[in-house]
Design a binder for this molecule. Structure first.
Ligand code: LLP
Length: 423
Protein backbone atom coordinates (compact mmCIF):
# COMPACT_ATOMS: atom_id res chain seq x y z
CA UNK A 1 0.00 0.00 0.00
CA UNK A 2 1.48 3.36 -0.98
CA UNK A 3 0.81 6.30 1.28
CA UNK A 4 0.33 9.84 0.00
CA UNK A 5 2.76 12.51 1.01
CA UNK A 6 5.77 11.72 3.07
CA UNK A 7 8.56 9.25 2.33
CA UNK A 8 9.14 9.25 6.08
CA UNK A 9 5.83 7.46 6.67
CA UNK A 10 5.70 3.79 5.69
CA UNK A 11 4.58 0.34 6.77
CA UNK A 12 7.26 -1.99 8.06
CA UNK A 13 5.51 -5.32 8.10
CA UNK A 14 2.02 -4.63 9.40
CA UNK A 15 2.99 -1.55 11.44
CA UNK A 16 2.95 2.06 10.32
CA UNK A 17 6.15 3.95 11.16
CA UNK A 18 6.98 7.64 11.10
CA UNK A 19 10.77 7.75 10.78
CA UNK A 20 11.83 4.74 12.87
CA UNK A 21 8.97 4.94 15.35
CA UNK A 22 5.96 2.59 15.27
CA UNK A 23 2.97 4.88 15.64
CA UNK A 24 0.63 2.53 17.48
CA UNK A 25 3.09 2.26 20.38
CA UNK A 26 3.06 6.04 20.81
CA UNK A 27 -0.65 6.00 21.60
CA UNK A 28 -0.15 3.23 24.17
CA UNK A 29 2.41 5.43 25.87
CA UNK A 30 1.06 8.94 25.39
CA UNK A 31 -2.68 8.45 24.93
CA UNK A 32 -5.04 9.48 22.16
CA UNK A 33 -5.65 11.65 20.20
CA UNK A 34 -2.06 12.55 19.47
CA UNK A 35 -0.30 14.72 16.91
CA UNK A 36 3.10 13.38 15.82
CA UNK A 37 5.56 15.29 13.64
CA UNK A 38 8.84 14.21 12.03
CA UNK A 39 11.71 16.67 12.26
CA UNK A 40 13.44 14.93 9.37
CA UNK A 41 10.39 15.29 7.18
CA UNK A 42 10.16 19.02 7.94
CA UNK A 43 13.82 19.61 7.13
CA UNK A 44 13.50 17.51 3.97
CA UNK A 45 10.58 19.71 2.90
CA UNK A 46 12.64 22.85 3.50
CA UNK A 47 15.68 21.58 1.55
CA UNK A 48 14.34 22.18 -2.00
CA UNK A 49 13.43 25.78 -1.08
CA UNK A 50 16.94 26.42 0.19
CA UNK A 51 18.57 24.58 -2.71
CA UNK A 52 16.66 26.50 -5.36
CA UNK A 53 17.46 29.86 -3.74
CA UNK A 54 21.11 29.18 -3.04
CA UNK A 55 23.52 31.75 -4.41
CA UNK A 56 21.12 34.67 -4.28
CA UNK A 57 19.87 36.92 -1.52
CA UNK A 58 16.82 35.21 -0.08
CA UNK A 59 14.83 34.43 3.03
CA UNK A 60 12.41 31.57 3.60
CA UNK A 61 9.92 32.83 6.18
CA UNK A 62 8.01 29.86 7.58
CA UNK A 63 4.32 30.78 8.01
CA UNK A 64 3.80 30.19 11.72
CA UNK A 65 0.04 29.76 11.46
CA UNK A 66 0.47 26.37 9.78
CA UNK A 67 1.98 24.81 12.92
CA UNK A 68 3.15 27.05 15.72
CA UNK A 69 4.50 24.49 18.17
CA UNK A 70 7.70 25.89 19.70
CA UNK A 71 9.71 22.81 18.72
CA UNK A 72 8.61 23.24 15.10
CA UNK A 73 9.62 26.91 15.15
CA UNK A 74 12.92 26.01 16.82
CA UNK A 75 13.63 23.48 14.07
CA UNK A 76 13.13 26.07 11.33
CA UNK A 77 14.99 28.81 13.24
CA UNK A 78 18.02 26.52 13.57
CA UNK A 79 17.81 25.78 9.85
CA UNK A 80 18.19 29.51 9.14
CA UNK A 81 14.57 30.37 8.39
CA UNK A 82 12.77 33.58 9.06
CA UNK A 83 9.09 33.64 9.97
CA UNK A 84 5.84 35.01 8.61
CA UNK A 85 3.66 36.04 11.56
CA UNK A 86 0.15 37.45 11.88
CA UNK A 87 -0.18 38.34 15.56
CA UNK A 88 1.53 39.40 18.76
CA UNK A 89 1.16 35.80 19.92
CA UNK A 90 3.01 34.41 16.92
CA UNK A 91 5.81 36.96 17.41
CA UNK A 92 6.16 35.88 21.05
CA UNK A 93 6.34 32.23 20.01
CA UNK A 94 9.02 32.91 17.40
CA UNK A 95 11.16 34.76 19.95
CA UNK A 96 10.58 32.06 22.60
CA UNK A 97 11.71 29.41 20.11
CA UNK A 98 14.98 31.20 19.31
CA UNK A 99 13.87 32.92 16.09
CA UNK A 100 15.30 36.32 15.16
CA UNK A 101 13.01 39.34 14.97
CA UNK A 102 15.20 40.66 12.16
CA UNK A 103 14.02 37.76 10.01
CA UNK A 104 10.31 38.22 10.72
CA UNK A 105 7.74 39.56 8.27
CA UNK A 106 4.45 40.66 9.83
CA UNK A 107 1.43 39.90 7.63
CA UNK A 108 -2.30 40.29 8.21
CA UNK A 109 -5.14 42.60 7.31
CA UNK A 110 -5.90 43.73 10.88
CA UNK A 111 -2.79 44.47 12.95
CA UNK A 112 -3.59 46.37 16.15
CA UNK A 113 -1.65 49.45 17.30
CA UNK A 114 -0.33 47.40 20.18
CA UNK A 115 0.89 44.71 17.81
CA UNK A 116 2.54 47.31 15.59
CA UNK A 117 4.34 48.83 18.56
CA UNK A 118 5.52 45.47 19.91
CA UNK A 119 6.76 44.42 16.48
CA UNK A 120 8.59 47.73 15.99
CA UNK A 121 10.21 47.44 19.41
CA UNK A 122 11.26 43.87 18.67
CA UNK A 123 12.77 45.07 15.36
CA UNK A 124 10.88 42.97 12.83
CA UNK A 125 12.28 43.02 9.34
CA UNK A 126 9.16 44.14 7.48
CA UNK A 127 5.44 44.85 7.81
CA UNK A 128 3.38 43.47 4.95
CA UNK A 129 0.81 46.26 4.82
CA UNK A 130 -2.62 45.60 3.37
CA UNK A 131 -4.36 49.01 3.17
CA UNK A 132 -3.82 52.78 3.18
CA UNK A 133 -5.61 52.98 6.52
CA UNK A 134 -3.16 50.52 8.04
CA UNK A 135 -0.24 52.42 6.53
CA UNK A 136 -1.37 55.63 8.21
CA UNK A 137 -1.80 54.04 11.62
CA UNK A 138 1.59 52.34 11.30
CA UNK A 139 3.18 55.69 10.44
CA UNK A 140 1.63 57.24 13.57
CA UNK A 141 2.69 54.40 15.85
CA UNK A 142 6.24 54.37 14.49
CA UNK A 143 6.54 58.16 14.80
CA UNK A 144 5.22 58.09 18.38
CA UNK A 145 7.98 55.74 19.50
CA UNK A 146 10.69 57.19 17.26
CA UNK A 147 11.13 54.12 15.08
CA UNK A 148 10.95 53.47 11.36
CA UNK A 149 8.67 50.76 10.02
CA UNK A 150 10.06 48.97 6.99
CA UNK A 151 7.11 48.11 4.78
CA UNK A 152 6.12 46.11 1.80
CA UNK A 153 2.64 46.48 0.34
CA UNK A 154 0.70 43.30 -0.17
CA UNK A 155 -0.75 43.72 -3.63
CA UNK A 156 -3.70 41.78 -4.85
CA UNK A 157 -2.77 40.62 -8.35
CA UNK A 158 -6.33 39.42 -9.13
CA UNK A 159 -5.38 35.93 -10.25
CA UNK A 160 -7.31 32.76 -9.59
CA UNK A 161 -5.19 30.30 -7.63
CA UNK A 162 -7.66 27.55 -8.49
CA UNK A 163 -8.07 26.46 -4.88
CA UNK A 164 -10.89 26.26 -2.31
CA UNK A 165 -12.73 29.62 -2.03
CA UNK A 166 -12.00 29.86 1.72
CA UNK A 167 -8.25 29.67 1.12
CA UNK A 168 -8.06 31.66 -2.10
CA UNK A 169 -6.79 35.15 -1.39
CA UNK A 170 -5.57 36.83 -4.58
CA UNK A 171 -8.90 37.65 -6.24
CA UNK A 172 -10.55 41.07 -6.38
CA UNK A 173 -13.39 39.90 -4.18
CA UNK A 174 -11.04 38.87 -1.36
CA UNK A 175 -10.40 41.09 1.66
CA UNK A 176 -6.64 40.82 1.20
CA UNK A 177 -4.08 43.23 -0.14
CA UNK A 178 -4.14 46.49 -2.05
CA UNK A 179 -5.91 46.32 -5.42
CA UNK A 180 -3.55 46.38 -8.36
CA UNK A 181 -5.04 49.63 -9.73
CA UNK A 182 -4.42 51.60 -6.56
CA UNK A 183 -1.09 50.02 -5.61
CA UNK A 184 1.00 52.72 -7.27
CA UNK A 185 -0.86 55.52 -5.50
CA UNK A 186 -0.54 53.64 -2.19
CA UNK A 187 3.24 53.33 -2.70
CA UNK A 188 3.42 57.10 -3.32
CA UNK A 189 1.54 57.66 -0.09
CA UNK A 190 3.81 55.23 1.77
CA UNK A 191 6.92 57.01 0.50
CA UNK A 192 5.60 60.34 1.79
CA UNK A 193 4.68 59.24 5.31
CA UNK A 194 6.91 59.81 8.35
CA UNK A 195 8.17 56.70 10.12
CA UNK A 196 7.73 54.55 7.00
CA UNK A 197 10.44 53.16 4.75
CA UNK A 198 9.40 51.23 1.64
CA UNK A 199 11.54 48.12 1.23
CA UNK A 200 9.55 45.61 -0.78
CA UNK A 201 6.44 44.27 -2.40
CA UNK A 202 4.54 41.11 -1.64
CA UNK A 203 1.64 38.96 -2.72
CA UNK A 204 0.06 35.76 -1.49
CA UNK A 205 -2.58 34.37 -3.79
CA UNK A 206 -3.94 31.43 -1.84
CA UNK A 207 -3.16 28.10 -0.28
CA UNK A 208 -2.96 24.46 -1.42
CA UNK A 209 -2.05 25.62 -4.94
CA UNK A 210 -1.10 22.69 -7.16
CA UNK A 211 -0.10 24.50 -10.37
CA UNK A 212 2.77 26.78 -11.35
CA UNK A 213 0.78 29.02 -13.69
CA UNK A 214 -1.08 31.16 -11.10
CA UNK A 215 2.26 31.97 -9.49
CA UNK A 216 3.75 32.99 -12.83
CA UNK A 217 0.72 35.15 -13.64
CA UNK A 218 0.89 36.84 -10.23
CA UNK A 219 4.64 37.39 -10.62
CA UNK A 220 4.15 39.14 -13.96
CA UNK A 221 1.59 41.48 -12.40
CA UNK A 222 3.89 42.17 -9.45
CA UNK A 223 6.90 42.88 -11.69
CA UNK A 224 4.80 45.28 -13.80
CA UNK A 225 4.07 47.18 -10.63
CA UNK A 226 7.67 47.14 -9.42
CA UNK A 227 8.73 48.73 -12.70
CA UNK A 228 6.06 51.43 -12.38
CA UNK A 229 6.98 52.10 -8.73
CA UNK A 230 10.70 52.35 -9.39
CA UNK A 231 10.04 54.66 -12.36
CA UNK A 232 8.80 57.11 -9.71
CA UNK A 233 12.01 56.81 -7.73
CA UNK A 234 10.70 54.52 -4.98
CA UNK A 235 13.13 51.64 -4.42
CA UNK A 236 11.90 48.08 -4.08
CA UNK A 237 14.52 45.93 -2.40
CA UNK A 238 12.75 42.58 -2.06
CA UNK A 239 10.05 40.53 -3.77
CA UNK A 240 7.98 38.43 -1.35
CA UNK A 241 5.97 35.86 -3.30
CA UNK A 242 4.05 34.50 -0.33
CA UNK A 243 3.32 30.87 0.44
CA UNK A 244 0.61 28.63 -0.87
CA UNK A 245 2.34 25.65 -2.42
CA UNK A 246 0.11 22.60 -2.09
CA UNK A 247 0.85 19.12 -0.79
CA UNK A 248 -0.41 15.63 -1.60
CA UNK A 249 -3.39 14.72 0.57
CA UNK A 250 -4.52 11.98 -1.77
CA UNK A 251 -3.66 12.17 -5.47
CA UNK A 252 -2.75 15.83 -6.00
CA UNK A 253 0.55 16.35 -7.81
CA UNK A 254 1.81 19.81 -6.86
CA UNK A 255 5.08 21.03 -8.37
CA UNK A 256 8.16 20.41 -6.24
CA UNK A 257 9.28 23.59 -4.47
CA UNK A 258 12.56 23.75 -6.41
CA UNK A 259 10.75 23.35 -9.74
CA UNK A 260 8.30 26.12 -8.85
CA UNK A 261 11.06 28.42 -7.64
CA UNK A 262 13.24 27.62 -10.67
CA UNK A 263 10.46 28.81 -12.97
CA UNK A 264 9.81 31.93 -10.92
CA UNK A 265 13.51 32.84 -10.81
CA UNK A 266 13.79 32.31 -14.57
CA UNK A 267 11.04 34.89 -15.11
CA UNK A 268 12.53 37.26 -12.53
CA UNK A 269 15.90 37.09 -14.27
CA UNK A 270 14.45 37.30 -17.77
CA UNK A 271 12.64 40.51 -16.82
CA UNK A 272 15.80 42.02 -15.34
CA UNK A 273 14.90 41.74 -11.64
CA UNK A 274 17.55 39.19 -10.69
CA UNK A 275 19.29 41.56 -8.27
CA UNK A 276 16.36 41.67 -5.85
CA UNK A 277 16.16 39.68 -2.64
CA UNK A 278 13.56 36.92 -2.83
CA UNK A 279 11.28 36.04 0.09
CA UNK A 280 8.85 33.14 0.37
CA UNK A 281 6.32 32.45 3.13
CA UNK A 282 5.58 28.71 2.93
CA UNK A 283 3.54 27.05 5.64
CA UNK A 284 1.70 23.91 4.61
CA UNK A 285 4.39 22.65 2.22
CA UNK A 286 6.99 22.62 5.03
CA UNK A 287 4.96 20.81 7.70
CA UNK A 288 1.78 19.32 6.24
CA UNK A 289 3.13 15.94 5.22
CA UNK A 290 5.48 15.81 8.20
CA UNK A 291 2.67 15.12 10.66
CA UNK A 292 -0.15 12.73 11.46
CA UNK A 293 -3.04 12.77 13.88
CA UNK A 294 -3.41 9.45 15.69
CA UNK A 295 -6.80 8.49 17.05
CA UNK A 296 -8.17 5.39 18.71
CA UNK A 297 -11.30 3.66 17.44
CA UNK A 298 -13.89 3.61 20.22
CA UNK A 299 -16.97 2.00 18.70
CA UNK A 300 -18.08 0.56 15.40
CA UNK A 301 -21.63 1.45 14.56
CA UNK A 302 -22.72 -0.33 11.39
CA UNK A 303 -26.01 0.96 9.98
CA UNK A 304 -28.49 0.47 7.20
CA UNK A 305 -27.34 3.46 5.16
CA UNK A 306 -23.94 4.18 6.62
CA UNK A 307 -21.34 2.49 8.76
CA UNK A 308 -19.88 4.78 11.40
CA UNK A 309 -16.46 4.31 12.89
CA UNK A 310 -16.46 6.45 16.06
CA UNK A 311 -12.98 7.64 17.00
CA UNK A 312 -11.76 9.75 19.92
CA UNK A 313 -10.51 12.66 17.77
CA UNK A 314 -13.09 15.17 16.61
CA UNK A 315 -13.63 18.38 14.67
CA UNK A 316 -12.19 20.32 17.61
CA UNK A 317 -8.88 18.46 17.12
CA UNK A 318 -8.84 18.65 13.33
CA UNK A 319 -11.17 21.17 11.77
CA UNK A 320 -10.20 20.93 8.10
CA UNK A 321 -12.72 18.26 7.07
CA UNK A 322 -15.63 20.02 8.82
CA UNK A 323 -14.65 23.51 7.66
CA UNK A 324 -13.50 22.93 4.08
CA UNK A 325 -14.79 19.43 3.41
CA UNK A 326 -11.09 18.69 3.09
CA UNK A 327 -10.08 15.16 2.16
CA UNK A 328 -7.38 13.79 4.41
CA UNK A 329 -6.24 10.19 4.01
CA UNK A 330 -6.95 7.84 6.92
CA UNK A 331 -5.17 4.52 7.46
CA UNK A 332 -4.93 1.90 10.17
CA UNK A 333 -1.58 2.01 12.01
CA UNK A 334 -1.68 -1.78 12.03
CA UNK A 335 -2.61 -3.19 8.67
CA UNK A 336 -4.74 -6.20 9.47
CA UNK A 337 -5.33 -9.02 7.01
CA UNK A 338 -8.77 -9.39 5.54
CA UNK A 339 -11.41 -7.44 3.74
CA UNK A 340 -12.22 -3.77 4.12
CA UNK A 341 -15.61 -2.19 4.63
CA UNK A 342 -16.72 1.35 3.94
CA UNK A 343 -16.91 3.64 6.98
CA UNK A 344 -17.56 7.25 7.87
CA UNK A 345 -14.90 8.11 10.42
CA UNK A 346 -16.59 10.42 12.93
CA UNK A 347 -15.77 12.01 16.27
CA UNK A 348 -17.72 12.33 19.53
CA UNK A 349 -18.74 16.00 19.11
CA UNK A 350 -22.47 16.70 18.93
CA UNK A 351 -22.64 17.95 15.33
CA UNK A 352 -23.27 16.15 12.07
CA UNK A 353 -20.34 18.10 10.64
CA UNK A 354 -18.04 16.28 13.03
CA UNK A 355 -16.39 13.86 10.64
CA UNK A 356 -12.77 13.24 9.70
CA UNK A 357 -13.39 11.13 6.61
CA UNK A 358 -16.39 9.88 4.67
CA UNK A 359 -16.84 6.63 2.79
CA UNK A 360 -13.41 5.28 3.64
CA UNK A 361 -12.47 1.67 2.90
CA UNK A 362 -10.92 0.43 6.13
CA UNK A 363 -10.36 -2.85 7.87
CA UNK A 364 -10.94 -1.73 11.42
CA UNK A 365 -11.83 -2.97 14.93
CA UNK A 366 -12.59 -1.15 18.17
CA UNK A 367 -9.25 -0.42 19.88
CA UNK A 368 -7.34 0.06 16.62
CA UNK A 369 -5.36 3.26 16.14
CA UNK A 370 -6.03 5.19 12.94
CA UNK A 371 -3.68 7.77 11.47
CA UNK A 372 -5.06 10.84 9.70
CA UNK A 373 -2.27 11.73 7.28
CA UNK A 374 -0.95 15.13 6.18
CA UNK A 375 -2.13 16.63 9.47
CA UNK A 376 1.06 18.57 10.24
CA UNK A 377 -0.35 21.84 8.84
CA UNK A 378 -3.48 23.64 10.06
CA UNK A 379 -4.29 20.76 12.41
CA UNK A 380 -3.30 21.64 15.95
CA UNK A 381 -3.18 25.38 15.20
CA UNK A 382 -6.89 25.36 14.35
CA UNK A 383 -7.90 23.08 17.23
CA UNK A 384 -10.39 24.35 19.80
CA UNK A 385 -11.86 23.29 23.13
CA UNK A 386 -15.37 22.85 21.73
CA UNK A 387 -17.43 20.45 23.84
CA UNK A 388 -14.92 21.18 26.65
CA UNK A 389 -12.46 18.79 25.12
CA UNK A 390 -8.80 19.30 26.00
CA UNK A 391 -6.49 19.64 23.04
CA UNK A 392 -4.31 16.70 22.02
CA UNK A 393 -0.68 16.21 23.02
CA UNK A 394 2.03 16.75 20.40
CA UNK A 395 5.17 14.67 19.86
CA UNK A 396 8.23 15.19 17.68
CA UNK A 397 10.20 12.25 16.35
CA UNK A 398 13.58 12.09 14.64
CA UNK A 399 14.96 8.68 13.74
CA UNK A 400 14.04 6.58 16.76
CA UNK A 401 13.98 9.51 19.18
CA UNK A 402 10.66 10.75 20.54
CA UNK A 403 10.03 14.00 22.43
CA UNK A 404 6.82 15.33 23.96
CA UNK A 405 6.57 18.88 22.60
CA UNK A 406 3.17 19.74 24.06
CA UNK A 407 1.39 18.06 26.90
CA UNK A 408 -2.21 17.03 26.65
CA UNK A 409 -4.53 19.68 28.08
CA UNK A 410 -6.07 18.62 31.38
CA UNK A 411 -9.73 19.30 32.12
CA UNK A 412 -8.78 21.72 34.91
CA UNK A 413 -6.89 23.83 32.31
CA UNK A 414 -10.03 24.28 30.30
CA UNK A 415 -11.87 26.57 32.71
CA UNK A 416 -9.08 27.97 34.83
CA UNK A 417 -9.60 31.48 33.40
CA UNK A 418 -13.32 31.48 34.24
CA UNK A 419 -15.00 32.55 37.46
CA UNK A 420 -18.29 32.04 39.20
CA UNK A 421 -20.46 35.08 39.90
CA UNK A 422 -20.02 36.47 43.42
CA UNK A 423 -23.78 36.55 44.12
N1 LLP B 1 1.47 34.04 3.87
C1 LLP B 1 0.25 34.55 4.10
C2 LLP B 1 0.06 35.99 4.05
C3 LLP B 1 -0.82 33.69 4.38
O1 LLP B 1 -2.03 34.20 4.59
C4 LLP B 1 -0.63 32.29 4.41
C5 LLP B 1 -1.72 31.37 4.72
C6 LLP B 1 0.68 31.79 4.18
C7 LLP B 1 1.71 32.70 3.88
C8 LLP B 1 1.01 30.33 4.20
O2 LLP B 1 0.32 29.65 3.21
P1 LLP B 1 0.60 28.10 2.94
O3 LLP B 1 2.00 27.98 2.40
O4 LLP B 1 0.45 27.39 4.23
O5 LLP B 1 -0.43 27.72 1.95
N2 LLP B 1 -6.47 26.84 7.20
C9 LLP B 1 -6.39 26.60 5.78
C10 LLP B 1 -5.24 27.34 5.15
C11 LLP B 1 -5.27 28.82 5.39
C12 LLP B 1 -4.09 29.57 4.83
C13 LLP B 1 -4.05 30.97 5.33
N3 LLP B 1 -2.92 31.74 4.89
C14 LLP B 1 -6.31 25.10 5.53
O6 LLP B 1 -6.33 24.33 6.49
O7 LLP B 1 -6.27 24.65 4.39
Amino acid sequence: MTLPGSPFLAYQGADLFLDDVPLRDLVKQHGSPLYVYSRRAMLAALAPYQRALQGRAHLVCYAVKANSNLAVLQTFAKAGCGFDIVSEGELARVLAAGGEAGKVVFSGVGKTRREMRLALEAGVRCFNVESTAELEVLSQVASEIGRTARVSLRVNPDVDAGTHPYISTGLKGNKFGVAHEVALATYRRAASLPGIEVVGIDCHIGSQITEVSPYLDALDRVLDLVEAIEAEGIRIHHLDLGGGLGITYTDEVPPAADVLIGQLLAKIDARGHGHREIVFEPGRSLVGNAGVLLTEVMFLKPGEQKNFCVVDAAMNDLMRPALYEAYMSIVNTQQPDGATEVWDVVGPVCESGDWLGRDRALNVQAGDVLAVLSAGAYGMTMASNYNTRGRAAELMVDGNQVWVVREREAVADLFKLEMLLPV
